[in-house]
Structure formats: structure tokens, C-alpha cells
Design a protein around this ligand. Structure first.
Ligand code: FAD
Length: 345
């Protein structure tokens, strides 16, 4: 019986050893890359280094070869390119076929995608098809000494951090939220190998047709996820009109206004401004929290900011635990005073 167990373990080890390489799916829309893809290159490079393997980009689309070069500039040494008209728009069936063909042929050890609408859709479909596990919305990734990917993510409403492993299956797959991982430095002119592949897939094979693309971002709408300075308001703002005061401060800093879920639920700010577990993850240079208590679900969305300034009249508020600078007092006096001081500079 012991021999049988040994044989089984040896067969498993052999199967796992056939898989090599860390892959990052380069998400794009009409040739425009999603920033999260490059963020994944940064963490992908660390994993590849620990595993002594290569970092590869997966580029799927039409007329997207330029993204391979962009991937090299962000640390990839190889790019698998599927450039066909059928991949012009993202459609689950087409991209699933493309990813699974590549995975079947080249057997990557790890596959990473952004936890965006596209990444969440595709990663789940791919993991199901190739019969492996998937950890969604990871905030930390590293590997143990047996080449297993340790995938960390918040669980139970953010109250605990769970570490998840998928040690008997390959590839190991994870999605990572945008703005959680730092962007690696861009190395202009870096080169790599482009591996061109083609998938026999006709338009008629795909049931979904894209008729029209309607952008959800209206002109002038702000993207808090990419902002360098954010002034956020919570329930302590008391009313929608009071957010004008935060906008004035944000304007002085060249930043944008964010909000806690309570402020969004009260109808004071639109949902796209919400910071936190069910909103956006942000990583600005300065995050100013005004009248926000600092519930864990809010903290997971902003605690990696370079500098946090909290203004709250309750000195016991948990927001002060993550604040670089804390101001205990009435925000209705403090915020205008800071804005005025900046104007006077
Ligand atoms: P409160 O907790 O009510 O805090 C208001 C603060 O304002 C208090 O600390 C008070 O001292 C201070 N204050 C009041 N008046 C003044 C004044 N004049 N001057 C200075 N300070 C003042 N929350 C999020 O933010 N983002 C999320 O994505 C999110 N997702 C969630 C997901 C789940 C599954 C769950 C269960 C909850 C989620 N929440 C989220 C809600 C979260 O638990 C908190 O309820 C919420 O963050 C509280 O918002 P708040 O800090 O604005 O309000």
C-alpha cells in the first residue's frame, strides 16, 4: 500500500512538473490595455523569479501586437499572441477557446487575470474548462517551497484574511483587484519573444454578436481608482450639499472626491465614487478621510494609500489605526481651514 501511495505521489509530482511559466492575461478594449494587466506583471515577475521560470503575457485581440511590446516593457520575456478578427471584441466563448488552446499547448504553472468584469468572467470560464481551481479578488500572492501559489484574499466581509492553495492542480489561477498591486517601472525598449498562434474559430462558431458598444463612463466622469489625491466623505458629512466642501479641497490638491458606502447609500455620492470592499480599491498618494469611521470594509479599499489623513471627532474611531496623520475635531471647521491654507500658499 505504501508503494502505491509513493507511486501516486510520484505521478502527481511528474504531472505538476510539466507546467512552467507565469502568465498574465493582458486585458484590452479596442487595443487599449487595462492598467491592471501591468500591475499583474509586477507581481508576476516576483513569482517568476521565486519559481525560476519565465513571465509571459497572453495577448488576444485584433491588431494588438503593440501590446506585446508594452508587456515586454513591463517585465514579460515572452508574449503569446492571438491576433485574429474573431477576437476584435471580448466575447467569453472566443476568448475561452483562445486561452484554453494556449494553456493546453504550453502548460503554464500560474495564470493571472485582473478582477475586472472581463477578467472575472474569463477566469471562471477557463478554470472550469481546464478543471483547475481559481481564487478570485486576491490581495496578495506568493509561492511556497513546493511551488504552490499562496493566494491571500479577504473573507467573511473582510473580517479575516484567507490563504488559499490549489496544490494538486495546474495551472494555478487567480484574479487580482485593480490598484492592489503596485505598477512596475516601465522599461522603454525592452524586448522579448513573440509566439504567434492561431485558433481555428469562425465567426459562425460564436453565438454572441457585439452590435454596439455603449460606454458607461459619461464625459467628465471621474475615475477615483486612478487618482493620486482623494478626499473622501462619510456619514459624518451629514448631507449631500456638504460634499461641495470636499470638492473644493480636492480641487486645490488636483484630486477627486470619494465616499464611504454610508454616504453612497444615503444618495450623497454616486456608486462609482465608493471606496471599499464593494466599491473601488484605491492607492493614491494622499487619502483624506472626512467623517469616516474606518469600518474594515472601507479600510480594505484604501489602506495601501501612501499617506492617510483622517479627520474625525471621535478619537476612538478605527480610521485612526491606519492614518498617518489624525485630526480629532469637527470636519466642518477643519476641512475649510485646510482648503484656505492651501489657497494661501
Ligand atoms: P459611520 O460608521 O457612521 O461613521 C461616521 C463617522 O463620522 C463617525 O466616526 C463619526 O465620529 C464621524 N463624524 C460625525 N460627524 C462628524 C464631524 N462633524 N466631524 C468629524 N467627524 C464626524 N463601507 C464602505 O465604505 N465601503 C464599502 O465598499 C463597503 N462594503 C461593505 C460590504 C459589506 C458586505 C458590508 C457588510 C459592509 C460594507 N460597508 C462598506 C459598510 C461598512 O461596514 C460601514 O458601515 C461604512 O463604511 C460606514 O460608513 P461611514 O464611516 O461613512 O459611517
Amino acid at each position: 500500500a505504501a508503494e502505491e501511495v509513493d507511486e501516486e505521489a510520484a505521478a502527481l509530482a511528474q504531472m505538476l512538473a510539466a507546467y512552467r511559466g507565469v502568465w498574465v492575461f493582458v486585458e484590452q478594449t479596442e487595443g487599449e490595455p487595462a492598467r491592471v494587466s501591468w500591475e499583474l506583471m509586477g507581481v508576476g515577475a516576483q513569482l517568476a523569479q521565486s519559481l525560476q521560470t519565465e513571465l509571459c503575457a497572453v495577448v488576444i485581440g485584433e491588431n494588438v501586437e503593440h501590446l506585446c511590446h508594452e508587456a515586454f516593457a513591463h517585465g514579460a520575456s515572452k508574449a503569446y499572441l492571438l491576433d485574429q478578427p474573431v477576437f476584435r471584441h471580448y466575447r467569453t466563448e472566443a476568448y475561452l477557446e483562445a486561452c484554453c488552446t494556449l494553456i493546453g499547448t504550453y502548460q503554464p504553472e500560474i495564470v493571472l487575470m485582473g478582477a475586472t468584469g472581463m477578467g472575472r468572467d474569463l477566469a471562471g470560464a477557463v478554470a472550469t474548462r481546464v478543471k483547475t481551481g481559481l481564487t478570485a479578488d486576491c490581495t496578495g500572492l506568493d509561492v511556497d517551497d513546493r511551488r504552490n501559489l499562496r493566494q491571500t484574499r479577504p473573507a467573511f466581509g473582510g473580517n479575516i484574511m484567507a490563504t488559499i492553495m490549489c496544490d494538486r492542480f495546474r495551472p494555478q489561477m487567480a484574479t487580482v483587484r485593480p490598484h492592489v498591486m503596485p505598477l512596475p517601472e516601465r522599461q522603454a525598449g525592452a524586448t522579448g519573444e513573440i509566439v504567434r498562434e492561431e485558433v481555428a474559430l469562425a465567426e459562425a462558431d460564436i453565438l454572441t454578436k457585439v452590435l454596439e458598444i455603449i460606454r458607461d463612463k459619461k464625459a467628465g466622469e471621474v475615475d477615483i481608482a486612478g487618482a493620486e489625491f482623494i478626499v473622501s466623505g462619510g456619514r459624518g458629512m451629514m448631507a449631500k450639499e456638504n460634499f461641495g466642501m470636499l470638492q473644493e479641497l480636492a480641487d486645490e490638491l488636483g484630486g477627486v472626491v470619494g465616499a464611504s458606502r454610508s454616504a453612497v447609500d444615503a444618495g450623497w455620492m454616486p456608486h462609482e465614487r465608493q471606496v471599499g470592499q464593494t466599491g473601488k480599491t484605491v492607492r493614491p498618494k494622499i487619502y483624506i478621510a472626512c467623517g469616516i469611521s474606518g469600518a474594515i470594509q472601507h479600510l480594505v479599499g484604501m489602506q495601501d494609500s501612501d499617506l492617510v489623513i483622517a479627520i474625525n471627532r471621535d478619537r476612538e474611531a478605527p480610521i485612526f489605526d491606519v492614518a498617518t496623520y489624525g485630526i480629532v475635531g469637527d470636519l466642518f471647521q477643519i476641512v475649510p481651514a485646510i482648503t484656505q491654507r492651501l489657497r494661501d500658499l
